[in-house]
Design a protein around this ligand. Sequence first.
Ligand code: FAD
Length: 445
Amino acid sequence: AHKILIIGGVGGGATVAAQIRRNDKESEIILFDKGSYISFSNCGMPYYIGDTVEERDQLLYPEAKFAEKYNLVIRTNTEVVSIDRDRKTIIYKDTAGNHKESYDKLILSPGASAATPPIEGLNADRTFPLHTIPDMDAIHSFIKRNKPKTAAIVGAGFIGLEMVENLHALGLNCTMIDRSEQVIKLVDSDMGSIVQKHLNDKGVTVILNDGLDYYSDEGKRLHLNSGEVIDADMTIMAVGIKPNTKLAIESSLKLGDTGAVFVNEFMQTTDPAIYALGDVVETKDLITETPRHIALAWPAHRQAFIIASHLNGERIPYKGTLGSAILKVFDLTVGAAGHNSASLKKLGIPFKEAVIESYSHVRYYPGSDKLWIKILFDEESGRLYGAHTVGFEGVDKRLAVLSTAISAKLNVADLPELELAYAPPYSNAKDPINILGYKASAMLK
Ligand code: FAD
């Protein structure tokens, strides 16, 4: 039996605690979180703000219930402030002061923090990141109390886009601002422009190639780099995240090329008694094996399993991250797996691309609507590097199939052979993925 300390009690931390307990009834487990909540659903927060999720409690896991179910000690409102690797102890801080705790194994899952660029004139009472339950509560109560009519959303990534939809649902007039030339850089620009058009159709103003320079008028007036001025009662700041590497740096654990914590295939840091997982770690790209930092829930959950297995004496490697991601933008669903054109170019990997504009299922059956699928692949081997899907229906299914195909190292010539099941409400006798496969196969050298 070990004494296992876990830093961070949400996506990775709570999951690894539960996973360890499945195999190991003996070890002492202590879970620390500097916040007041453990095992909450970050991913559900935009939908609570937008009233799609009605009860705040639906996003939370009661601490006492978790502690009892998994027989562990939970210390919330407790920040771990340092690690002494030689003595195998940590120092943590709570309202009573600083305390020491020893460990046999230490697991780091401190996640990431929302980037908060210093912007002149920013008024924190009406400018909000969204990363924690207190962030969510602040947005929720600001809206209830102040009844804002307009919102600016800075950053057109997945959190920004989910917030636009949810604020719009509450009747706010939204303006989205991003300094790059497209929304949702996860996908290529041709797919991003479909999303942008949909935002415009919904009445959202999208300003690209422009950034927030400074605020005036107590944080209600946004001055953009171009000189354009936007008035907004509130701002959502969703300009990215930074992994919480402070503890790792201070205890001289190696960071990887992306600036996140370096780990081996069993999620051990450069100190074998210390594991790390989730948004704080760098893993390998599943396809190219190059360093990759992906902050999503699936990797954190899989890594939790890898760590629990390793502590149990099983050597199951973490194979790498594909970065499969999906999000809802009003009536559209946008998905991506693997690489986009920009990341392949950056890696110097030559590729071909094939795109299809199709329908979710046969036209005559109700609900049929447009579906776009794009794949990136190697011109010689046909190996799939990435897939992007956008549409109104059946988008998640196509993304799941293509994610599986990429993981299984299928190539474009395998896609026409996939027997994906057909009846009019679901597809066509030839699924759009099959058709795209024929199209891409014809492009092979
Ligand atoms: P977290 O879950 O963030 O947990 C880290 C915890 O560590 C925090 O509670 C923090 O308080 C604590 N902590 C940090 N430092 C210390 C310390 N020194 N001492 C004690 N405690 C500490 N992913 C998806 O796959 N799909 C989605 O739809 C999706 N939606 C999201 C929506 C939002 C608004 C956000 C913010 C994230 C979303 N994610 C989504 C990402 C997903 O939530 C994260 O990838 C996942 O939670 C990562 O788990 P983690 O354990 O690394 O970090």
